[in-house]
Design a protein around this ligand. Structure first.
Ligand code: NAD
Length: 353
């Protein structure tokens, strides 16, 4: 067995249908007497419900969370947090809301209770991406990691089908890259394979019946595992490409992951045969890259970058940017092949073996 180092991250997880009812007890467990609820404008009603469940512990609802954690939004939330004298934030929503909670924790040391309602997985990581003046910076710090995560399947029943599909494949991407990560280890690889299997099985069922609670539970479980993978080991080419493309062309996060993943996997296939075998086994297919492309098709996701707003003349620029400060990757980055990969993903072609 290859030697490895495994840093387990401290984290309390409360998982189950109706688990959100425990939010007040969970905030109390952290020793906080006031908690500010965070959410997006879309999920104001969810935020109000959490405030009602918190009762006397509620210090109000800040519903201004938005994509990419802009620092001016964090500044506004920080003012609310300080004025309310809260020692805790409760973030209910997707990765955007979780990001705001993390940004506040980094600045003030407040505790975080996260209640994820998508499959993005940010709640499991000590990683924060923030934007200021159009530039995105990412940092890793122990203070960013949430203290408690409540996974309640009932809060995901209304996640729109299209977003469910791509958000689920976003979670699969974390697990896939964990299997060939430079810092991979057997425990995280076990979680990765199980997470891919759970999501690949659940997502088509959710598309067929969005309120299928059992399928939603499997997907949320898989998303949790995907998030653990992302927080535990380093990511590679796929995540580098998604960060580059998302930042350059302001592309939607989960959709970009869904389109790039089969191509990044095909690029790495020959350099990471063991990982590919595990991905294929989890997907119950013969070829990992093709299986991921077909899964995206089955759940009705867009498969071309041109379909989500990337201009064709951006292909070469994106390839050049991806070659700068590359992440570690099992196969070295070759400029011409990376350009071909982005071009194929732009057109929506199947991945090349
Ligand atoms: P999101 O949080 O932006 O949510 C998208 C929209 O869906 C929002 O309007 C939200 O209110 C709505 N929504 C969420 N859950 C819903 C539900 N159950 N029902 C109805 N509407 C719902 O999207 P996301 O994909 O979860 O997160 C993307 C962001 O998270 C990106 O900024 C990305 O960079 C970040 N992210 C960070 C990490 C990390 O480790 N730092 C990991 C993954 C994603």
């Amino acid at each position: 067995m290859q030697p490895f180092v495994y840093d387990a991250l401290p984290m309390r997880v409360v998982f189950g249908a109706g688990a959100v009812e425990q939010v007040r007890a969970e905030v109390g467990r952290l020793g906080a007497s006031r908690a500010l609820v965070l959410t997006t404008p879309n999920q104001q009603a969810d935020g109000e419900r959490i405030a009602a469940l918190l009762g006397p512990l509620a210090a109000g609802v800040f519903s201004g969370a938005t994509m990419h954690t802009p620092t001016h939004v964090t500044a506004a939330a920080l003012a609310r947090l300080t004025a309310a004298g809260a020692q805790c934030v409760v973030a209910i929503g997707g990765g955007s809301t979780t990001g705001l909670g993390k940004a506040l924790a980094l600045r003030t040391g407040v505790d975080q209770v996260c209640i994820p309602t998508t499959y993005a997985g940010s709640e499991m990581t000590p990683i924060l991406g923030e934007t200021s003046d159009g530039a995105k910076t990412t940092q890793r710090d122990a203070a960013i990691l949430p203290e408690t995560v409540i996974y309640d399947v009932d809060l995901t029943l209304g996640l729109p089908v299209g977003l469910s599909a791509v958000s689920g494949i976003n979670a699969i991407a974390h697990a896939v890259e964990a299997l060939y990560a430079e810092t991979r280890n057997p425990i995280v690889s076990m979680m990765a394979e199980d997470g891919i299997g759970a999501l690949a099985e659940a997502l088509p069922r959710i598309v067929a019946a969005p309120a299928d609670r059992a399928a939603r539970e499997r997907a949320l479980y898989g998303a949790w595992l995907g998030g653990v993978c992302l927080g535990a080991v380093g990511m590679a080419l796929h995540h580098k490409l998604c960060h580059t493309l998302g930042g350059m062309f302001d592309l939607p996060h989960a959709e970009t992951h869904t389109i790039i993943l089969p191509h990044a996997v095909a690029y790495n296939a020959a350099a990471a045969p063991e990982a590919m075998a595990r991905v294929a086994r989890a997907l119950r297919v013969d070829d990992a890259a093709r299986g991921l492309y077909d899964l995206a098709g089955r759940v009705g996701a867009k498969r071309g970058l041109r379909d989500i707003g990337m201009p064709e003349d951006g292909i070469t620029r994106a390839a050049e940017a991806a070659m700068r400060n590359p992440y570690w990757n099992p196969r070295p980055l070759e400029a011409a092949a990376i350009r071909d990969l982005i071009a194929a993903a732009w057109r929506g072609d199947p991945p090349r073996p």
